[in-house]
Design a protein. Structure first.
Length: 505
């Protein structure tokens, strides 16, 4: 097993010799280099393997600088250091060439990276996770939290699924006793293993202990114990979108623990929820009538069009109303369990926070005025009202993302069969008839006949079919389904291949 501490000591020892203000040839040619390398498992053959992988040019300083961050094989890097040193010590006509600035700096760069890799691996987690204690502190210097606001959390999870969460609330009262909220519960073994699997994957290979700490943000500290009783300590900044792996881990833990309010690794806790959103839209259009009637002044016809959307979390409904002039009102209501939670899961408290607005020199469109008003009710916070011009600058920055999510959700619910010719023109097959499907492959418009006995296959379905002389499986799109009597089939029954099954993603 690789001894990372010894590799760190080796790197440090030789870095000091190569980094001396005036390196001495006697020190650099010290035969203990060979003993050290062999003792650590480095070999000349592995050094040649490094050259084969990264190229002969990697022996030059300029080329090593270009690839150094991509090198993560400790044994290969240590071995190429051994190989290059061996060249000067054993094969070079002039050993003093090692004292040239580029050669000195090559060794310094290679040894420094070797030490970094070894030190990193020394800190990385090893084994199987038994438990984790994660402390997340959202307190930021200079920005005091509000009274009663949660500023710190401790999460404990062990291999048996036992969970303990402590939330610390800020208070200005000295000696207050009710500023800590604790909850103990259990989660399933499958959920526990999923969390531990993802934690292990990150902390055994992707965690960087030398990453610079970001100031003026919160922080997290984790202690992970393995099944052998060894404890590993990790820390980092409590900030969103800093590491996609930690963002994913944070979302996973919140989801499987059923706590959206947890800071975890990125501080993106959801402490409040939207109860209702009302979006009102209006368009006023003026159409000038350019004629004179009994010498009267010309006038303008004014048309008004209005829409409103009400998204109600408690009722789990979306209501859409259109008003087109007087006496013409169209409304529809969608009521689907869990629909609103699905729409709002990526938005919540941050929704519609940023509105750029139109500059003073933005040109109005004559006779066309479009306005909006958005009203958001929260469970805890005061109501938020936003008004402005209904255009890209006037609307909130994230309106397009929200609108797309809402449209997708409504489309999933909007199945209208009563007026759909696909249903009211469908003819039922007779018992003695055969089903022939016309299929297309990829972007080709050419169709091929296949048979089936599955009456559930319809136009628009994707299916798996045998193709070619070897009958390998391929995906195809059903563009037409037809029924034929035996004497009318478009392709011989014994020569028409059968659809294997519907394609199931």
């Amino acid at each position: 097993m690789t001894d990372f501490k010894k590799i760190c000591a080796f790197s440090d020892k030789w870095l000091k010799k190569f980094s001396d203000k005036e390196p001495k040839l006697f020190d650099l040619m010290d035969g203990s280099m060979a003993d050290d390398c062999l003792g650590l498992g480095f070999s000349l053959e592995s050094g040649h393997e490094f050259i084969r992988k990264y190229g002969q040019a990697s022996g030059k300083l300029a080329n090593l600088k270009e690839i150094i961050e991509d090198i993560n094989e400790i044994n290969l890097l240590g071995s190429v250091i051994f190989l290059k040193w061996r060249y000067f010590n054993h094969w070079s006509y002039d050993q003093s060439e090692i004292l040239k600035e580029d050669n000195i700096n090559w060794f310094i760069l290679a040894l420094s990276h070797l030490e970094r890799l070894a030190a990193k691996n020394e800190f990385l987690f090893k084994g199987e996770i038994k438990s984790i204690i994660l402390k997340s502190d959202a307190m930021v210097f200079g920005l005091g939290p509000e009274e009663g606001q949660v500023f710190s959390q401790d999460i404990y999870l062990d291999i048996k699924g036992r969970v303990s969460i402590k939330s610390y609330k800020y208070t200005r009262q000295v000696g207050a006793k009710n500023n800590v909220e604790k909850r103990d519960f259990k989660i399933g073994i499958r959920e526990t293993f999923k969390i531990f699997y993802e934690l292990k994957k990150y902390f055994e290979s992707k965690y960087d202990p030398f990453e610079l700490m970001i100031m003026d943000v919160g922080s997290w500290d984790a202690v992970i114990e393995n099944t052998a009783g060894e404890k590993y300590t990790f820390n980092g900044p409590l900030i969103k979108n800093y590491h996609k792996n930690l963002d994913y881990l944070s979302t996973l833990i919140r989801t499987l623990l059923g706590r959206r309010d947890l800071f975890v690794f990125n501080g993106d806790a959801k402490t409040d929820r939207i109860k209702k959103i009302a979006i009102d839209y209006s368009r006023t259009t003026e159409d000038p009538i350019n004629y004179f009637l009994y010498y009267l002044e010309p006038f303008k016809m004014v048309y008004e069009y209005k829409e409103s959307l009400v998204i109600d979390r408690k009722e789990d409904t979306i209501e859409h109303i259109k008003i087109i002039g007087e006496g013409r009102k169209i409304s529809q209501k969608f009521e689907v369990e869990g629909l609103i939670d699905n729409i709002l899961e990526d938005f919540e408290e941050d929704l519609f926070k940023e509105v750029k607005g139109n500059p003073d020199d933005a040109v109005d469109i004559p006779g066309d005025i479009r306005k909006y008003k958005i009203t958001i009710d929260y469970e805890k916070k005061p109501q938020l009202i936003i008004e402005g011009d209904f255009d890209k600058r006037g609307l909130p920055k994230d309106f397009s993302d929200f609108a797309a999510r809402l449209q997708d959700s409504i489309n999933l619910c909007n199945f209208e069969e009563i007026l759909n010719p696909r249903f009211y023109k469908k003819v039922r097959r007779l018992k003695y008839q055969y089903i022939y499907c016309s299929l297309t492959f990829g972007s080709s418009k050419k169709t091929y006949y296949y048979r089936t006995e599955d009456d559930n296959i319809e136009e628009g379905d994707l299916v798996i079919v045998p193709v070619g002389s070897d009958n390998h499986e391929a995906e195809a799109l059903v563009v037409k389904v037809e029924y034929y009597n035996k004497e009318d089939v478009p392709f011989p029954l014994n020569k028409t291949k059968f659809i294997i099954e519907k394609y199931d993603d």
